[in-house]
Design a protein around this ligand. Structure first.
Ligand code: ADP
Ligand code: MG
Length: 729
């Protein structure tokens, strides 16, 4: 009998009797985990036994067979074991090579560590110790060596344990205070104690349809795979056990999206029944004919608007594909049906831009529009608010402050959100919760929800279209207006920037215009970034004395920005030095050359947006990306992709892969909680499957079915508040 046992049990359990902890219990109740180790586990967010069970290994090691030393072959990855018979250091004192010789009775093998700091291993690998080592065997001086092997050092008197040897073993990202071996046996104990209690979230009909194993079986098998498991699938985290968990996780999200969507489209909306006359008028005003893609998307939107259910549609179209015109047609339908339209842009500059473009058309159609930014104050602001509340203004342009502040509309029929990737799910859902509710009273209690059109120039990868945008219908503007040439892209290093300047000179002498873009406004000595302000002065004085230069950055007052933009648009400024405020929406077809300084600092989608600013006419445009080494691998890949393709989808897929879904949206997060297991890129198949299943399921199944209780609970816990799932509970 182990004399320590009673003490441990008192420390661990609630009584001296045998106590089997459950899923929700603290890991401290596990035998051998005291407060100290409990705290270490907490650093990895492992608090309960459920957390521990769901803490999956990140890789595996094939230890089904321990090779005898005599049977090792050079070049082969092998797991072998033996007793330490000798050890020693050689080479430089501060960075020595440490060698250990082990023997298993069939032969001897040298383990080597080069430039080994500290003497941790030296202390651990004393003579007589049993070790298991794994690495690629190399032949050296007639013998075999393992360099920097993975080690498992057995404590005195310890046997090889069956969780760690003679099987495919899991390898975890370890909390402090644990070895792979001790952590493995901890997981094994948690599995024995309560894997049975893991809730099954996937409805049984969906498990049956897709042949999924139970979640508890999946968890068991992911930690301790069967001997006949497929190693490659394991390494890729794509066994059926893994995939079942991904599916489950996606299913919960997709069900939430399906329910959220159902609630949205069940709300009453204004019926838009506009005659075709104003539309015809607008067509005549345009001076160009719409692309077939524009025609198609306008039809899709008109179809939505003619229903009594609110539209929730995402319009994707690359920079320059003509989204504004589509927005204008949609707005016109709503307006000529007696409704109001709000257009929201992600920044004040862009809101101003939109308004400038739109109100020219609207004025000619006799439609009153207004602009509301923070620069508009006092009397003017009051008037705009009043005229909006009384429906004199039919179209109001602004930033998202339009939804966040209490701007009252008399009859808000359509909300258009531009450049959605800056908004995130959360902001969009604000429209769902507040859109109708906060304004309905002023409409005389109609309680109607506005139709919503979201526009984005960042092509949304399929995985995000099914998640972060999963509650929206999608329209695609997959065609550019005729005569557009994609910009040529050239990569330059900092010392070659003269080439870019001379191209600018050439272009400006032909009457064309140029952008020079910088990443930051203020000088940051640390990052050694070139400051746009300083550069503006330098370029004006030394490089382009013959041209008129302008400076545009985020710190300028809005009127000042507008003045600069107007001059650039009118051709009074030839070279515009700017920070990324020009990233989206700036439309000056005569600008045909762009220089992006410190291109390595920009995100991929951002670069794509920027470049789009100079591919807006039939003129041959060129974009110089100036990179200043040293470049990270990711920066190299970004720049490489930019020179290889102008395909927005390709670019955003790469961007998503490089940055991950959270970052992809820029500072505004996607707004969705992260996945525990699934990976949007790797597990796209399960995502698509879960989406189809969940949307079908939502239409037919009563969530109050007793066996669905765990699913319902998880759904509400994770997404209830975010998605305002009012009617699930
Ligand atoms: P984005 O999708 O980037 O918002 P815009 O709506 O700003 O694109 O359109 C870019 C430019 O192309 C604008 O000057 C717009 O007037 C013009 N444009 C839009 N549609 C067409 C078309 N069918 N034919 C020619 N020019 C068009
Ligand atoms: Mg636009």
């Amino acid at each position: 009998m182990n004399p320590d046992l009673p003490k441990e049990k008192i420390g661990a359990g609630k009584s001296g009797r045998s106590f089997s902890p459950g899923l929700a219990d603290s890991v401290r109740y596990l035998k051998g985990v005291g407060p100290r180790l409990g705290e270490k586990l907490g650093q990895k967010e492992i608090f309960t036994l459920a957390d521990l069970l769901l803490y999956l290994p990140y890789r595996y090691e094939d230890r089904r067979e321990l090779k005898k030393i005599s049977r090792l072959k050079p070049g082969e990855k092998a797991v072998t074991s033996g007793k330490v018979v000798a050890s020693g250091k050689s080479g430089f004192r501060r960075r020595p090579t440490f060698s250990v010789v082990i023997d298993d009775g069939t032969g001897a093998l040298t383990l080597k560590w080069f430039r080994l700091p500290g003497n941790y291993l030296e202390e651990k690998l004393q003579k007589g110790r049993m070790v298991v080592a794994s690495s690629v065997a190399r032949s050296y001086d007639g013998g075999l060596e393992l360099h920097h092997p993975e080690l498992e050092i057995l404590n005195e008197g310890e046997d090889l344990d069956s969780w760690s040897f003679g099987r495919i073993v899991p390898v975890y990202s370890l909390p402090e205070g644990f070895s792979q071996k001790s952590f493995r046996s901890l997981v094994a104990r948690a599995i024995e104690s309560c894997a049975e209690q893991l809730p099954e979230l996937t409805p049984r009909e969906m498990s049956a349809k897709n042949n999924w194993p139970l979640a508890r079986e999946a968890v068991r098998n992911i930690h301790f795979p069967r001997a006949d498991a497929d190693l490659k699938e394991l390494e890729e985290h794509r066994t059926v056990w893994h995939r079942a968990l991904y599916y489950e996780e996606f299913f919960v999200l997709e069900l939430a999206l399906a329910l959220s969507r159902r609630e949205m489209v069940e709300a009453p909306a204004y019926l838009v029944r506009a005659g075709d006359r104003p539309i015809q008028q607008l067509r005549e005003l345009l001076g160009f004919s719409l692309t077939p893609a524009q025609e198609r998307v306008i039809r899709e939107i008109s179809g939505d608007l003619a229903r009594r259910r609110p539209m929730h549609r995402l319009l994707q179209g690359d920079v320059g594909s003509g989204k504004t015109v589509v927005a204008l047609f949609s707005a016109l339908r709503a307006i000529s049906s007696g409704l109001q339209v709000a257009i929201m842009a992600p920044s004040e500059v862009l809101a101003e831009q939109h308004w400038l473009v739109l109100h020219r058309w609207l004025d000619r159609l006799g439609i009153e529009s207004g602009l509301l930014t923070s620069a508009i104050r006092g009397d003017e602001r009051r008037q705009i608010l009043e005229r909006t509340a009384s429906a004199q203004i039919s179209l109001l342009v602004g930033t998202q402050a339009l939804i966040q502040e209490k701007v009252e509309f008399a009859r808000l029929g359509l909300a258009i959100i531009d450049e959605q990737h800056r908004f995130g799910v959360r902001d969009r859902l604000l429209l769902k919760s507040k859109g109708a509710a906060s304004r309905a009273p002023t409409v005389g209690g109609t309680g109607r929800t506005p139709h919503i059109l979201v526009m984005t120039a960042t092509p949304i990868p399929r995985s995000l279209a099914m998640t972060a945008y999963g509650d929206l219908d999608i329209s695609l503007l997959d065609q550019m207006p005729p005569g557009r040439k994609p910009a040529q892209t050239r990569l330059l290093s900092g010392k070659d920037e003269k080439k870019a300047w001379s191209e600018i000179k050439k272009r400006c002498n032909l009457g064309e215009q140029a952008f020079v873009v910088y990443p930051l406004v203020e000088e940051s000595a640390k990052l050694e970034l070139q400051d746009a302000t300083r550069k503006f002065e330098e370029l004006s004085a030394a490089v382009f004395p013959e041209f008129k230069l302008g400076l545009l950055h985020g710190r300028l007052a809005p009127e000042e920005k507008e003045r600069v933009m107007e001059k650039f648009r009118a051709g009074q400024i030839q070279v515009l030095i700017a920070t990324t405020v020009i990233e989206v929406g700036i439309d000056v077809p005569n600008a045909t050359v762009m220089v992006v300084e410190h291109a390595e600092r920009f995100g991929l989608s951002q670069l794509h947006q920027l470049r789009g600013r100079v591919a807006r006419s039939a003129k041959e445009a060129v974009c110089f990306l100036i990179a200043h080494p040293p470049l990270t691998d990711s920066a190299k890949e970004r720049l490489q992709v930019m020179t290889e393709t102008t395909d927005g989808f390709k670019i955003s897929e790469t961007d998503l892969r490089l940055r991950g879904p959270g970052e992809f949206f820029g500072t505004a997060q996607s707004g969705l909680p992260p996945f525990r297991f699934a990976d949007l890129i790797r597990d796209l198949k399960e995502l698509a499957l879960a989406r189809n299943d969940a949307f079908a399921f939502a239409d037919t199944v009563d969530l109050n079915r007793p066996d669905l209780a765990p699913l319902k609970k998880e759904l509400l816990q994770k997404y209830g508040k975010l998605m305002h799932l009012a009617r699930v509970g």
